[in-house]
Write a protein that binds this ligand. Structure first.
Ligand code: SF4
Ligand code: SF3
Length: 546
């Protein structure tokens, strides 16, 4: 196996024996093979589309396959093999449709090879041998590290976008142009490309991801209303309990409906925290608050949680035996031996919660304020703009992104703490748990810490930045705004590509730079976008504010 798609990759270079995340070699190569098969589907789907043939199964499969291979989503090689088998059938079917469309138009079909014609061996051992042959490890030799790194940058960006497209689809929001782009980009990756073209495509992924994040924003706000500033409890209440982690709002809603009146409190965890600010979700009185912090703390937190645990989307870690009988996955998340909930039937989760002890007493009350997505922030834009003009607000910092286990991530707590009192901190995604329970006070009634939501709510941050630039009649790069991003997995990659597509410069990225970007690729990013690694909180603040 070889995998270097996330920030915690072994030795900062690549996991080659076993994933630091817990991914075993078989799962790793099956994930690579799933991407390979998806490229085959896209090669045909991209060409078929040009002839007016759209295959929704092919569209959805490629998006789900990309999402499935994101860090900490699917650790179950058997389920991956089933997906690969299904993918090969979809590939053959879209190929047939393309050939038929060509013949009815009197066109001669293109002859494709590689992933387009790959066939799956019958027995599992042979599949594994093929998977090893087609994995990333081989590509590092030919076409080499520079090109492979950029191809992977594009692939990881697509993976991140696919997660957002999947969430939107679950709420009934789809966009054909977005599906078309996934196929176009996956097809592009099957060709030999020059570095410049690869950079161009990476920025195009960023551009299209803006459309995907907008679609998801429309899906979330269209279904559950606009998040509103909301005080939420971050300590548990006495009683039976279920904690829900991940990004999928629909899963939470269905669980809330099914637990109504059952005497079970529902808690959010990790990236589910922002849901407590959506009108159509917070109306449920048994949505009691948030429990715990970011994903990497789950093992000790779920261990101590006296109820059932539901993992929607990423990020799951190896469950401890202590809660193996009360943890469940849903959506594309899978862990071998963990029951998977299909079709939103949460009966087993509810039964496990009722069988568990529950909290024996109320913990001391502690609350934080969340819900500062674009609608809430822009509704007080006049006040914010005036405060900047009056010199009451000196600078805005966007400190957000993923969290992770590395000790270098203390940087993000330190910088949030050291940002001067006349500055506003915008935050989003799970990286905020490094500081979101600290006191930051306010500037003339505007809270100094504005939690904009999940990672996909980077869309909100961009909306706010663009609106501020409009009000001050300048470009986003001329605003008193600095972006300090923490990355861990591939959704952070796609957000970074979106920011680069928008021409945003001077982004500080940490705690380490991606292993898949070689010095040659980094040189281009530094030259074009002035992207910088984080240093120390003191040093970076000094440079930014001087
Ligand atoms: Fe290693 Fe990250 Fe890949 Fe897991 S996802 S195998 S930790 S690089
Ligand atoms: Fe966090 Fe996984 Fe990336 Fe949605 S939950 S940001 S790491």
């Amino acid at each position: 196996m070889f995998c270097y798609q996330c920030e915690q990759t072994a030795k900062g270079t690549g996991c080659d024996r076993f994933g630091v995340c817990g991914k075993d070699p078989k799962t790793a190569v099956m994930q690579d093979l799933l991407i390979y098969v998806s490229k085959g589907i896209s090669m045909w789907a991209h060409r078929a589309r040009k002839l007016g043939v759209i295959d929704h199964d092919a569209d959805v499969f490629v998006v789900e396959a990309l999402f499935t291979t994101i860090t900490n989503v699917n650790f179950d090689s058997d389920s991956l093999i089933s997906m690969i088998r299904k993918g090969v059938m979809i590939k053959d079917s879209i190929r047939e449709k393309y050939l038929n469309a060509c013949s009815s138009k009197g066109d001669s079909p293109e002859e494709l090879d590689g992933p387009a014609v790959w066939q799956i061996p019958d027995d599992e051992e042979a599949i594994e041998i093929e998977a090893v042959k087609l994995s990333i490890a081989d590509k590092l030799q030919d076409p080499g590290k520079d090109i492979t790194g950029l191809e992977e940058l594009i692939t990881y960006g697509l993976k991140g976008s696919a997660a957002y497209a999947d969430h939107a689809k679950i709420l009934g929001y789809e966009d054909d142009a977005i599906y078309a782009f996934f196929h176009e980009a996956m097809d592009f990756l099957t060709r030999s490309n020059l570095m410049n073209d690869l950079f161009g495509m990476a920025l195009k992924v960023g551009e299209k991801n803006l459309a995907v994040m907008e679609l998801l924003d429309t899906a979330n706000t269209g279904t559950y209303g606009h998040p509103e500033p909301t005080e939420v409890r971050v300590t548990p209440l006495k009683g039976k309990a279920i904690v829900v982690s991940g990004h999928d709002l629909k899963d939470l809603e269905e669980l809330l409906k099914q637990t109504e009146g059952k005497g079970i409190n529902i808690y959010t965890h990790g990236e589910m925290l922002p849901t407590l600010a959506y009108p159509e979700l917070k109306k449920y009185s048994h949505l009691a608050g948030n429990y715990g912090g970011a994903w990497q703390d789950q093992q000790k937190e779920f261990d101590a949680f006296p109820g059932a645990v539901l993992m929607t989307t990423n990020c799951i870690q190896k469950p401890r035996d202590s809660y193996m009988d009360r943890i469940f996955t849903t959506g594309l998340v899978q862990w071998p031996g963990v029951p998977h909930i299909d079709d939103h039937d949460y009966t087993p989760v509810i039964e496990a919660a009722l069988a568990a002890e529950g909290f024996s007493e109320d913990a001391p009350e502690k609350k934080i304020i969340i819900g500062f997505a674009h609608n809430s922030v822009l509704s007080v834009a006049d006040k914010v703009i005036q405060a900047v003009k009056d010199g009451d607000i000196r600078h805005f910092f966007l400190v957000g992104g993923c969290d992770g286990a590395k000790s270098g991530r203390n940087y993000f707590t330190e910088i949030a703490q050291q940002i001067p009192d006349d500055c506003i901190i915008l935050t989003l995604a799970c990286g905020k748990y490094r500081f979101n329970k600290l006191e930051f006070g306010d500037i003339g009634g505007i809270p100094r810490l504005l939690d904009m939501g999940q990672c996909n709510d980077a869309y909100s941050a961009i909306q706010v930045a663009v609106a501020l630039a409009g009000a001050f009649e300048c470009g986003v790069n001329d605003l008193p705004l600095s972006m300090i991003l923490s990355w861990y997995e591939q959704k952070a990659v796609t957000i970074l590509l979106s920011l680069l597509y928008l021409g945003i410069k001077d982004i500080r990225l940490g705690p380490t730079l991606p292993a898949f970007l070689t010095p040659a690729a980094l040189e281009v990013l530094v030259e074009k976008f002035d992207i910088k690694p984080t240093t120390t909180a003191e040093e970076d603040l000094k440079t930014i504010l001087n």
